[in-house]
Design a protein around this ligand. Structure first.
Ligand code: GAP
Length: 543
């Protein structure tokens, strides 16, 4: 069973060292997260796989790593100072400040067509505060999302040192267009790729790492002759969709969505979103926009831009004239992609049937839980209905529904029901013995590639051979760990839960013939291989 809620993923991430709440020793900082030892490996692997696919495996791409702090004029002429904002309203009753377009969409069932339409709805008292229900809302007004800071040792009190933390990496690419073109002697079409941090003072961050104020983007600006832009756009949509699929993402969870006219950013002629079916619903993973010649022209000297030092253009040798390229921009989020791969890989699975008497005891408790929830009158009707029908389905289907029971035992709404304590008392033990949580991550994305165990940790020969094998695998460039802190079955479960594709066990036969068992995470099948063949065999399975 895949993750039924984001809470399941958040809990796994905290428990197993993928992602921690930031600054937790001081109570945290809302919606900011730190990637732990396994999370940093996973996210680095996502970024590496992206770079390899869009830079190393193509002939028409270059890489870049531009500064986060840029001249303020970049953001003036890109249009961000004037337009990079979200509409906000204040509730006069409870002083909440919600995002007005989200309120409109949630309460009227469709996206607004602009600020004016939102304000007509506020004026007509058609939308209400999500916290207290009051319809006494102020007119919505734009709130700029760029974080400000200042450069220089002296705070002069005016705006002379003002700079922004970049809200997208794209502008760093545009302003380097001429540098890359000149130094790399590129001909159209060609693109520039960049991975890096971006910052947005989001009004409503949330859903774990899905929307945060500090995040990483993986962006491409692909420059083409005007007129060749539409075909290039189609090609990039297919290319980028395939990238997720090649890395194992389930095609049922990935879709292409055409943005409607009113959703388009000020610079875009067309934009297509790749959306992933996250536990909270279909949401944007990556945007692929046709930005036309908007940005290169915006940063070129002209009557509208007297501050630029020159023009960002291209000399077309064939036509013997200058032109301003059009730009196709596949813009992905490294954090969102990482979260999507995690959600997609997650599975709770039954591995063996528990004894009948344990199952029937658990069934009685789950039925009792369903009855107890059904009797409650201080619970929201939708939550009550969901918990009752989930519990009834689980009770009927046990032991096959043990994986779903794990989801129910982690459900924060279910935790308040007294009988849940008894369900957990019995259910957790049965689940631990008879189910496994596994991350079916693509081997190239998995934080660890191989785990090596000695069958017995108190046998020095086994330990020595296992440690030596670990060093050999490490030398071959495979991310490897050694573990001897539990029985082999327990060690397998631990590695399954973090997505390690292969486990190697050194046993007594290994001492005689130098063979070891290689266990596959997904099939749980074991094969015997010569220890010396392992680095080559695993390296070839990784590509
Ligand atoms: N240069 C174009 C651009 O920035 P965007 O749709 O605003 O377009 C591109 O952002 C991608 O960056 C999104 O598809 C998403 O994956 C990621 N992203 C944007 N805002 C984010 C946020 N607040 N938190 C995490 N990721 C975000």
């Amino acid at each position: 069973m895949p993750a039924s809620s984001l809470d399941t993923i958040v809990s796994l991430c905290k428990r197993r060292g993928f992602v921690f709440p930031s600054s937790s020793v001081y109570g945290g900082l809302g919606s900011t997260w730190d990637y732990g030892p396994l999370g940093v490996e996973l996210k680095n692997n996502v970024k590496r796989a992206w770079w390899r696919s869009v830079v190393h495996e193509r002939d028409d791409m270059e890489g870049l790593d531009a500064a986060i702090l840029m001249n303020r004029l970049v953001w003036k002429y890109s249009g961000h100072e004037a337009t990079f904002s979200d509409p906000m309203t204040d509730c006069r009753a409870c002083k909440t400040r919600p995002r007005a377009d989200h309120l409109f969409a949630a309460q009227k069932g469709r996206d607004p067509k602009g600020l004016a339409e939102i304000n007509v709805a506020i004026e007509a008292k058609e939308i209400a505060c999500p916290k207290c229900g009051s319809k006494d809302l102020t007119p919505a007004r734009p709130f700029n999302l760029m974080f400000k800071t200042s450069v220089g040792a002296v705070d002069s009190g005016d705006d002379s040192g003002l700079v922004y933390l970049r809200p997208e990496t794209a502008q760093g690419i545009y302003v380097n267009f001429g540098n890359v073109l000149d130094t790399m002697r590129r001909k159209l079409p060609f693109g520039i790729a960049q991975v890096g941090k971006a910052f947005r003072n989001e009004i409503t961050p949330g859903n774990f790492t899905f929307r945060t104020r500090e995040f990483e983007q993986m962006e491409i600006e692909y420059f083409v002759r005007p007129g060749e832009d539409e075909a290039a756009h189609e090609a990039w949509i297919a290319e980028r969709k395939n990238w997720y699929l090649k890395l194992g993402m389930n095609s049922d969870n990935l879709r292409v969505r055409e943005q409607e006219k009113h959703e388009l950013a000020h610079y875009a002629k067309r934009c297509v979103d790749l959306e992933y079916r996250f536990p909270m619903g279909w949401s944007e993973l990556e945007g692929i926009a046709n930005r036309t010649d908007y940005d290169l022209k915006a940063h070129s000297r002209s009557a509208e831009n007297p501050d630029a030092v020159g023009e960002l253009k291209y000399f077309d040798q064939e036509q013997k004239k200058h032109l301003v390229p059009y730009v196709i921009e596949p813009s992905a989020g490294a954090d969102r992609a990482t979260l999507a791969f995690l959600c997609d890989a997650y599975e709770d699975a039954l591995v063996k049937e528990p004894p009948a008497e344990e199952t029937s005891k658990l069934r009685e408790l789950v039925e009792s839980f369903a009855r107890s929830v059904g009797r409650r009158d201080n619970m929201a009707a939708d939550v009550k209905q969901r918990l009752v029908s989930t519990a009834e389905t689980i009770a009927t289907g046990l032991p096959g529904t043990l994986p779903q029971l794990i989801g129910l035992m982690e459900d924060s709404e279910a935790a308040n029901i007294e009988v849940m304590k008894k369900v957990r008392g019995v259910g957790e033990k049965i689940a631990e013995e008879h189910t496994r949580t596994v991350l079916h991550l693509h081997p190239r994305l998995a934080p660890l590639t191989v785990a090596v165990f000695p069958l017995k940790r108190n046998d020095a020969r086994l330990v020595e051979m296992a440690r030596g094998l670990k060093r050999e695998l490490q030398k071959a460039g495979l991310r490897t760990v050694y573990d001897d802190t539990g029985a082999i079955g327990k060690l397998y479960r631990r590695q399954d839960e973090i997505g390690t594709p292969w486990c190697v066990t050194v046993d007594f036969q290994s001492l005689e013939d130098q063979s070891v068992t290689l266990r596959d995470r997904d099939s749980m099948q074991q094969e015997r291989l010569k220890a010396g063949e392992l680095p080559g065999a695993l390296t070839s399975r990784l590509t």
